[in-house]
Design a binder for this molecule. Structure first.
Ligand SMILES: NC(=O)c1ccc[n+]([C@@H]2O[C@H](COP(=O)([O-])OP(=O)(O)OC[C@H]3O[C@@H](n4cnc5c(N)ncnc54)[C@H](OP(=O)(O)O)[C@@H]3O)[C@@H](O)[C@H]2O)c1
Length: 284
């Protein structure tokens, strides 16, 4: 996947389709929100915690997709994935605003944070990256299933709703042993915060795989976007950056960074849009 040459103009038109992305307030999710807004979706919702960052994404949409902005197509839904109550509220808001859901991108995430518990008492990476998304998915599954039963006029039969989790190559370092149980900070002497991130990304992949098995009317994937210079990486301490596969110094200019942010995930998206439904529903 690393050598994909991506042309944004190949992103298909989204007329009639409803899209939801988590983490649209920053990084990869903000880039995807802005690019998909240009493709005439019927509705495009994005989530995050920061209203100020959401406003920045909306401003970018106003600049680059004025038609979508003036039609009120793109909207922010506040959601703290670490809080199950917040996820329930967000799901209710989404369900109230969406009559169908064609593309669901559970993308938001945190990485290598200090040991902590979520408000509900779960390890914070597992709570944010996996549990919150799992609850949101569960709440939205009936809508996704209904959407599968109501294809858009002219849509191909192999074009069902998609759920695409943003996992990471870091999943390779994960295991789901959880010594002490899920309701602990999962501290370990060595590299604990990386182990906790790896575990949550493995959970993303396994959850997508199981969803695909249980919901054959949907296309469920997990994708690694490549290493992208977002806040996820730049907020790391210098020593932690050593664990990110491509060193920061490999980046040449802000423009190349922006292209990298845009191209990695969108290349994968386009691939998935164009993909003929197949028996293999897992990208790992
Ligand atoms: N960047 C990379 O190189 C890379 C590589 C592999 C995988 N990934 C994966 O890609 C995904 C996106 O990462 P990114 O690089 O775009 O990171 P980012 O720039 O840090 O953005 C993270 C997004 O997640 C949201 N978020 C964080 N905590 C949240 C919470 N508790 N509740 C709701 N939203 C929350 C943030 O919004 P708010 O702050 O507004 O809440 C933000 O929109 C993650 O799942 C990450 O694991 C990234």
């Amino acid at each position: 996947m690393s050598n994909i040459k991506f042309d944004k103009s190949t992103i298909p038109d989204l007329s009639g389709r409803v899209v939801l992305i988590t983490g649209g307030t920053g990084g990869i999710g903000a880039e995807i929100t802005v690019e998909l807004a240009k493709k005439n979706p019927a509705r495009l919702l994005f989530t995050g915690r920061s209203a100020a960052s959401a406003e920045k994404t909306l401003e970018r949409v106003r600049q680059s997709a004025p038609a979508a902005a003036s039609a009120g197509t793109v909207a922010f839904v506040p959601c703290d994935l670490a809080s199950l109550a917040s996820v329930r509220d967000a799901a209710d808001q989404i369900l109230a605003q969406c009559y169908r859901l064609d593309l669901f991108l559970p993308n938001a995430g945190i990485m290598a944070k200090p040991a902590a518990l979520s408000p509900d008492g779960y390890e914070i990476h597992f709570a944010t990256n996996h549990l919150g998304h799992a609850l949101l998915t569960k709440k939205l599954l009936p809508l996704l299933e209904r959407t599968a039963d109501r294809p858009l006029p002219g849509a191909a039969s192999n074009d069902p709703p998609r759920i695409i989790y943003t996992t990471s190559l870091a999943r390779k370092g994960g295991s789901l042993g959880f010594a002490g149980g899920l309701r602990t900070t999962q501290e370990s002497a060595l590299l604990g915060r990386w182990v906790r991130y790896c575990n949550s990304k493995l959970a993303n992949l396994l959850y997508a795989r199981e969803l695909a098995r249980r919901h054959p009317k949907l296309l469920c994937f997990s994708v690694h976007p490549g290493v992208v210079t977002t806040g996820l990486v730049t907020d790391l301490k210098l020593t932690d950056r050593l664990f990110v596969r491509r060193p920061m110094s490999a980046r040449s200019s802000p423009r190349s960074r922006a292209l990298s942010i845009t191209c990695g995930p969108l290349a994968l998206l386009t691939n998935l849009f164009n993909r003929v439904a197949s028996t293999s529903r897992l990208a790992s």
